[in-house]
Structure formats: structure tokens, C-alpha cells
Design a protein around this ligand. Structure first.
Ligand SMILES: C[S@@+](CC[C@H](N)C(=O)[O-])C[C@H]1O[C@@H](n2cnc3c(N)ncnc32)[C@H](O)[C@@H]1O
Length: 255
């Protein structure tokens, strides 16, 4: 994971929600999956907590974990606005967390699992997650499958999917390359956000490690999980402009 990942997300914290489509269906989808395992949920890399809070509003008891201060700030604000007491946000690194609780369902949404570009990061996250699950609990991971066309759309400037407030200009532009031998998708992105004269700009590189089905199954089994299921057809990945990609959710159980 590049060392500046926190800086990238700090830059994007107050605009990231605009780059997601409306999320009601996504919340419903995760709620349906989680309900099979129980009420206590951990949402790893929860960002501004839109999904985290959405699940709490569905009656689950939810913990969100993230390492970017400004994301946590937004998530806590959201909780306060909703007046909820069944959701908390904890600052921590997904690769090294230690919480005083065990969960029925741990999940990583929106392709965030792809941020683990090194095998040791991934193994460390899986070991931590396994230790935080109750027996019979499950891990859900939403993975991203880039359609071929997306590789040809590189260099496009694109705007948010939800309308930002008046007086703001917001766009991103990215160049995408795929390093097939390492299964690394490299996204070099320019970011521009102008809010009534205040300007935030930046350019950064995001590396995402892609997986084949067989590979991810093997990784999960090696980490001690059983009963790996693939649930296809969700459609939420925020990483590329234009049409959202076909993604898949993989669920693995701790026996
Ligand atoms: C795309 S945003 C999250 C969106 C969120 N999953 C959602 O569904 O709304 C990615 C988040 O991952 C967090 N993140 C990245 N690497 C992390 C790590 N190693 N530990 C904790 N949080 C991390 C960033 O701070 C950022 O808030």
C-alpha cells in the first residue's frame, strides 16, 4: 500500500460521497448478506460511513474502522445527525487492528480490499479479521472486475455521480494501466475541487491488486476460512468513471 494512502483519502474525504451512486440498494444488499450471520457487524475501511450508518439504520450493531481522520470525522458527524447509538467509528489500520469485540460479520465494501497490494498486508488483514469473528461468523469482500472497455477509456475527465452543492466545481481525471504479471491496476488520478473560491487539487497514484476467483479462494482457505461462496451481480465499484463495473462479493465462513 503506498505510504500516502491516508493523504489521498484526506484530500477526497469531503467529496467522496458524490462519486458514489445512490446507495439504498447497496445497503439492502449488504443487510441481506449480513443477516444470515447475526447482528454484530464490522465494516473495515468504512470511509465517511454512509454504508456503515445505513446498516445501523437497518437495526444492526455496527462498528466502522478507518485510518483517515477526516473520513472518521465525516462518519461521526453522520452518526450524530442520525442520532444513532448502535454504531461507532474506530480509528485503526485494517492491517493491524485489535478491537475489544468479536463480530458475526466483517465486511470490506467498494473494492477496498484491492488496496492490499502486498501479500503480507492481505495476510495480516485476514488474520486480524479471522481473530475478530465469532465461530460461524463470516467475512464478506466486494471485489472489482474491470471490464475490458474501461482500459480504453483512460485519460477521461469525469465528474461526480451525485450533484455537489452549487458553487462547487468537482472533477477527477485518470490514466489507467494494468500490469498483468503482478495483477496490479495503476490509476494515476488528478483531483480538482473548488468550493466558492477555495481550491483543493492533487495528483496521486492508486495501486489496486486484482484477483482471479481461484486465487482469492486459495488465499481465504489459507487464512483458515471455509465454505467460500461467490455472490455475483452487485454493481458498486467507485474506482472507474462512467459505467460501474461488474463486481462480485465473496463470502467466507469461519467454522
Ligand atoms: C473508497 S473509501 C471507502 C468507502 C467505503 N468503503 C464505503 O463503502 O463508503 C476507502 C477508505 O479506506 C480507508 N483505508 C485505506 N487503507 C486503509 C487501511 N489500511 N486501514 C484503514 N483504513 C484504510 C481510507 O481511509 C478510505 O476512507
Amino acid at each position: 500500500m503506498p505510504a500516502d494512502m491516508k493523504e489521498i483519502y484526506a484530500l477526497r474525504a469531503d467529496t467522496i460521497d458524490y462519486f458514489f451512486p445512490e446507495r439504498d440498494k447497496e445497503i439492502e444488499h449488504w443487510a441481506d448478506i449480513a443477516a444470515e450471520y447475526g447482528d454484530d457487524i464490522l465494516h473495515v475501511m468504512c470511509g465517511t460511513g454512509e454504508l456503515t450508518v445505513g446498516l445501523a439504520k437497518n437495526g444492526f450493531s455496527v462498528t466502522g474502522l478507518d485510518f483517515t481522520e477526516s473520513m472518521i470525522y465525516q462518519a461521526k458527524d453522520r452518526i450524530e445527525d442520525e442520532g444513532l447509538d448502535n454504531v461507532e467509528i474506530i480509528k485503526g489500520d485494517a492491517r493491524h487492528f485489535s478491537l475489544n469485540k468479536r463480530y458475526d460479520f466483517v465486511f470490506v465494501s467498494t473494492g477496498d480490499f484491492h488496496h492490499f497490494t502486498k501479500r503480507e498486508e492481505l495476510d495480516s488483514f485476514l488474520a486480524k479479521t479471522y481473530a475478530h469473528l465469532k465461530p460461524g461468523g463470516a467475512l464478506g469482500i466486494e471485489l472489482y472486475v474491470p471490464p475490458d472497455e474501461d482500459f480504453k477509456k483512460s485519460g477521461r475527465k469525469y465528474g461526480p455521480l451525485r450533484k455537489p452543492p452549487q458553487g462547487t466545481t468537482l472533477w477527477r481525471r485518470n490514466e489507467i494501466s494494468y500490469h498483468s504479471e503482478k495483477k496490479i491496476l495503476e490509476i494515476t488520478e488528478e483531483f480538482h475541487y473548488e468550493d466558492n473560491g477555495d481550491l483543493k487539487e492533487g495528483e496521486y497514484d492508486i495501486l489496486l491488486r486484482l484477483f482471479s476467483k481461484i486465487e482469492i479462494e486459495t488465499i481465504l482457505m489459507d487464512a483458515g476460512f471455509d465454505d467460500v461462496k461467490h455472490l455475483e451481480g452487485s454493481n458498486f465499484s467507485p474506482y472507474l468513471p462512467g459505467e460501474y463495473s461488474n463486481t462480485w462479493i465473496i463470502v467466507a465462513v469461519k467454522e
